[in-house]
Design a protein around this ligand. Structure first.
Ligand SMILES: [Zn+2]
Length: 623
């Protein structure tokens, strides 16, 4: 809730604090409070009435609404207060509310007096500095601010006070979480415009359905947006006033070093050097150097299992040395938890903030943030360098949220690196159009080619009900048998409902082998996959859940109905990419089985072939 303060001069101001210490002495406050969006439009409406039609429009969100308009005689507080009550009573849902003007520091607001006693303690430099470091570059809803309070051991009113102080200084803003854009709406956190509209007592309102994973927000909620006050930290102007509390480097200056524990492969070295050059080029500039555009995005297109994460480390080390802030975002929590110890190992002493849906610490200030991708929506102009891993596996892939979040979280002059083994059509188009650079990491660390998948024609449906009968069933079983002699087989099927029937069929056919299967909703999924990793199954039937992120020594793969619509070229490349990943077993087989060679199958095979040819041309592989 926000409170409208009106001074005798007619000056109108909004504050989330019912007796804002800057206002309460001279101004009266309207009770009860109002949602920010409504309060803003109310002030706009009053301003328009005061100015007569044709004047309204844009006015500053904060500070006096009428400070410079002293010539109007309707400016006095009594008129404004009357006009406001009259306007409020014009809203059917608000007519019967007990609207009243009160002195801000009336006894009713006694909790505020208590707060005032506490204010002495929160003005202490250390705690304010702590608050600033934790909120730098953040976009926070009420629930986030409450959590922040718990972490800083401050009450919610104290947090509000600190936030509002930053707003007053111009270093942060309060914004409605969902705002009016023309006739529509837009979520300010995720950029979604397809919102759920409803009628509130304040008139039409909208809730964002897209980012509810971070806590639902509507046009009646507000967000606190800290506009990176330390953006100038690369230049040596550390003495400006808002830096007097603390600067970000206070928490990043701890001694750390970059000492990679293993050597990069020749392919990784080549790509790492290119990423470093990209990050260095025009760093901190605003897009144009010597009349030439400097691209702010690069696509790092890596072969499956080529070790793309480590390729980012040299550029990361350089950026951190420059005092820049770096984010590594990955779509899944298990990837984040897998990368964290690798980073910690290669950057001993570096302070790392790990943000996943389940992590407790949410506001630890650190120069390097490692997060699940949707956490990016909680940042605002926070990073100079963003690595986004597997963008095509982002849960919001195809929605506006990712692009929106990436744009918002990056500081002016910042750079983004997209890491993937299977680039999206959009990103390839961007590369083609020259709007994004491309770096290839074409070879695996063991210097062997990625095994080329083979397409094998099958006459009819491979649905389990007629899976094993007749000639085609014989073929499938025969090929499976061949593969299983090489190593454990991952058998991919297009539908969840096929998993268990196929497990039963294969158990009957191959009673001597241990066979199992799983899918996303399988309650025993975690245990089964752990057993799979231990090499306890000869054949494992699964949907695309195992498409990414699994390294199984000597794995072989077979895809049934590979021409099915769920298997696009990216999925097929990822599945084929499970084969030959380890130094001990760099080869293997991937069979795509289907009635026809779909465009996706052809493309997947072409991608891998082209990649191997490139790696060979670069002298990175020997066959
Ligand atoms: Zn949203």
């Amino acid at each position: 809730m926000f409170y409208v303060f009106v001074a005798d001069s007619g000056e109108m101001t909004l504050s989330p604090l019912i007796d804002d210490k800057h206002l309460a002495e001279e101004a009266e406050v309207l009770r009860p409070g109002l949602p920010l969006s409504f309060a803003q439009s109310l002030l706009g409406e009053i301003d328009e009435q005061r100015q007569g039609s044709g004047r309204g429009g844009v006015w500053p969100l904060w500070g006096g609404y009428s400070r410079e308009r002293g010539e109007d005689k309707k400016r006095d507080g009594a008129w404004v207060k009357r006009a406001m009550l009259r306007t409020l009573k014009g809203y059917p849902g608000l007519r019967d509310q007990n609207w009243r003007w009160e002195k801000g520091n009336s006894p009713e607001t006694s909790w505020q007096n208590e707060l005032k006693d506490n204010l002495g303690s929160i003005t202490d430099k250390e705690r304010v500095g702590d608050f600033l470091a934790r909120t730098e570059g953040r976009l926070l809803a009420k629930a986030d601010l409450q959590r922040l309070g718990q972490e800083c051991r401050l009450s919610y009113p104290e947090i509000l006070n600190l936030c509002h102080e930053q707003v007053g200084k111009g270093d942060a803003q309060w914004i409605p979480a969902v705002t009016r854009i023309g006739k529509g709406w837009r979520c300010e956190r995720c950029g979604e415009t397809k919102v759920e509209e409803w009628i509130s007592i304040y008139g039409p309102a909208a809730t964002c359905p897209a980012c509810t994973a971070l806590g639902a927000v509507s046009s009646l909620h507000e967000l606190y947006r800290s506009g990176a006050p330390f953006q100038t930290m690369f230049s040596p102007s550390t003495e400006s006033d808002h830096l007097s509390y603390s600067s970000f480097s206070d928490c990043g200056n701890m001694a750390w070093e970059f000492s990679p524990r293993w050597e990069l492969s020749p392919a990784q070295k080549l790509a790492a050097q290119q990423v470093l050059e990209f990050v260095k080029e025009g760093a901190g500039e605003r897009g144009v150097i010597q009349g030439r555009n400097v691209e702010k995005e690069v696509l790092l297109w890596a072969a499956c299992g080529a070790g793309k994460t480590e390729v980012c480390f040299p550029a990361t080390a350089w950026a951190l040395e420059q005092g820049k802030k770096v984010l590594f975002a990955a779509p899944r929590q298990d990837v984040v938890l897998d990368v964290a110890p690798r980073l910690q190992g290669d950057f001993p002493g570096l302070k790392l903030s790990v943000l996943t849906g389940t992590s407790q610490e949410r506001f630890t200030p650190a120069p390097f943030v490692l997060a699940t991708t949707h956490q990016i929506l909680r940042f605002y102009q926070a990073f100079d360098l963003i690595f986004l891993d597997e963008m095509d596996a982002f849960p919001y892939y195809g929605s506006t949220a990712l692009a929106w979040g990436m744009e918002r979280a990056l500081r002016t002059g910042g750079k983004r690196v997209y890491l993937t083994a299977t680039p999206s059509r959009e990103s390839l188009e961007k590369v083609k159009a020259g709007r994004m650079e491309l770096i290839r990491l074409a070879a695996r660390h063991h210097g062997k080619a990625v095994p080329l998948p083979q397409w094998r024609k099958i006459g009819g449906s491979m649905a389990p009900e007629h899976g094993c009968s007749g000639e085609q069933g014989e073929k499938v079983l025969q090929w499976l048998k061949e593969l299983a002699l090489w190593g454990p087989v991952l058998l991919f099927v297009p539908k969840i409902s096929w998993v268990n029937p196929w497990v039963e069929i294969l158990k009957k056919e191959f009673p001597q082998w241990s066979i199992s299967g799983s899918y996303s909703a399988d309650p025993n999924r975690t245990e089964k996959i752990a057993a799979l990793r231990e090499g306890r199954f000869r054949i494992f039937v699964c949907t695309s859940i195992l498409e990414r992120g699994v390294t199984l020594p000597n794995a072989q793969i077979m895809v049934l109905e590979a021409d099915h619509g769920v298997f696009d070229e990216r999925a097929l490349v990822q599945m084929a990419g499970r084969v030959g990943r380890t130094r001990e077993n760099p080869t293997g087989n991937a069979f795509f089985l289907s009635r026809q060679k779909s465009a996706a199958i052809a493309k997947a095979i072409y991608w891998i072939k082209e990649q191997n040819e490139l790696a060979f041309a670069q002298g990175l592989i020997d066959n």
